[in-house]
Design a protein around this ligand. Structure first.
Ligand code: ZN
Length: 141
């Protein structure tokens, strides 16, 4: 505990127009299983977490629930596709403190509530060569 390091790649998130349709495609073609669905009011987004049979990195589908959702804006600008990647961390505050110390630009200076009983923070994509990176601390493991 208390270290500022990243753990494994938790999920790759994909912005989609129709979550139910995409779930079926990913289940049928890739053999992934829906492990969890959740609406994150804060982000105005419907999420679905699909996992491989033997565990490992999940795919998180994101469908906007409103036109002013950040995901709506992403879809308008770039269409469907990879939105962010997410690393699991053991201690989000320590990681954020280290990043701040290094002068890395953050979207979230402090943790906020995420899906799946997590606390999350995003690093600014401008600091990460165009990739939006989420850090997630899971409460129940
Ligand atoms: Zn995510």
């Amino acid at each position: 505990m208390g270290n500022g390091v990243l753990e494994n790649l938790y999920h790759v998130a994909i912005a989609v127009n129709n979550l139910n349709e995409v779930e079926k495609i990913y289940e049928t073609a890739l053999g992934l299983k829906v492990a969890h669905r959740e609406v994150v009011e804060d982000q105005k987004v419907s999420t679905s977490m699909l996992v491989p049979k033997d565990g490992g990195t999940a795919i998180e589908l994101l469908e906007p629930t409103s036109e002013d959702s950040p995901i709506s804006k992403f879809l308008e600008k770039r269409g469907e596709g990879i939105h962010h990647i997410c690393y699991k961390v053991d201690d989000l505050e320590s990681v954020l403190a280290r990043l701040k110390e290094q002068g890395v630009r953050l979207i979230d200076e402090t943790p906020r509530e995420g899906a799946y009983n997590s606390r999350v923070a995003f690093i600014h994509p401008k600091a990460m060569n165009g990739v939006l990176i989420e850090l997630a601390e899971l409460k129940d493991n």
